[in-house]
Write a protein that binds this ligand. Sequence first.
Ligand code: S0N
Length: 274
Amino acid sequence: MQSRYNWTTLKEYQEILFQFYNGIAKISINRPHVHNAFTPRTVAEMIDAMNICRDNAEIGAIILTGEGGKAFCSGGDQSVRGHGGYIGEDTVPRLNVLDLQMQIRRIPKPVIAMVAGWAIGGGHVLHVVCDLSIAAENARFGQTGPKVGSFDGGFGASYLARVVGQKKAREIWFLCDQYDAQDALQMGLVNKVVPLVQLEQTTVEWCEKILEKSPLALRMLKASFNAELDGQSGIQQLAGDATLLYYLSDEAKEGKNAFLEKRKPDFSKFPKFP
Ligand code: S0N
């Protein structure tokens, strides 16, 4: 589908597109012939693009999607599933999509799933771990694990249950049924449903609203939403952000400057807040 936006390519890859427009990065799985199923290479490329998104200060919001309008992602490519994981060019079996899930969760910028067509299996989990999901009317959601001999007991189960509730999450996994966009909206699995032709525009508009907001406030909010669920690693992320803020203060700078100037630090002028 023709885009109305002037996306520029940030980096060339083999199995994904990585584009930029007006503060927004778009990472798009480009394997429409298999409904955007991912291989270890697809995932490695997405991880690399995510790292670039993290470091690039021009990028304030990230869209995750799939090319073709018929699928967001159909999960791991079953044709390369081997003994112990998905097998790439190096012949090593791996489940590197779990690293990508962690990265989506930890990157301190909002990640929005833009879902047209199938979001199934590991592809469904990818949209679940995104901060927001916007679905086209043709979107179809579901897990297939127990049908195809796999399961994702991590975010794919536990975080899904936080999103839609325990009973619904168990139904989704135990029955492997498929749900349409309105079902998904009703169970709180997606934020909004729009006609397919409006999907990109709506997603970009949501990103633009986000980009008008304070990046530090957004960062702290994302870490705070995650901290409750992520235990020690969630606290570590939130505490790291507190350290970042502290580094910005004159109080913290006095400590560093005193060390470099080989003098005793003078913290007496800094307020002791109630
Ligand atoms: C999406 C479905 C329902 C669409 O059906 P439809 O419209 O009838 O299209 P098809 O004719 O079936 O598909 C079109 C072409 O695309 C190929 N294809 C589709 N999905 C895949 C796939 N996942 N892998 C490889 N090829 C795929 C079809 O074969 C077809 O090709 P041609 O035209 O050549 O015949 C339907 O396609 C469907 O059910 N797909 C499979 C969905 C699925 O089971 N996905 C895998 C689920 N598992 C995971 O994703 C694993 C996730 C993971 O990595 C993981 C993470 C944590 C812990 C564990 C795991 C784990 O290993 O499970």
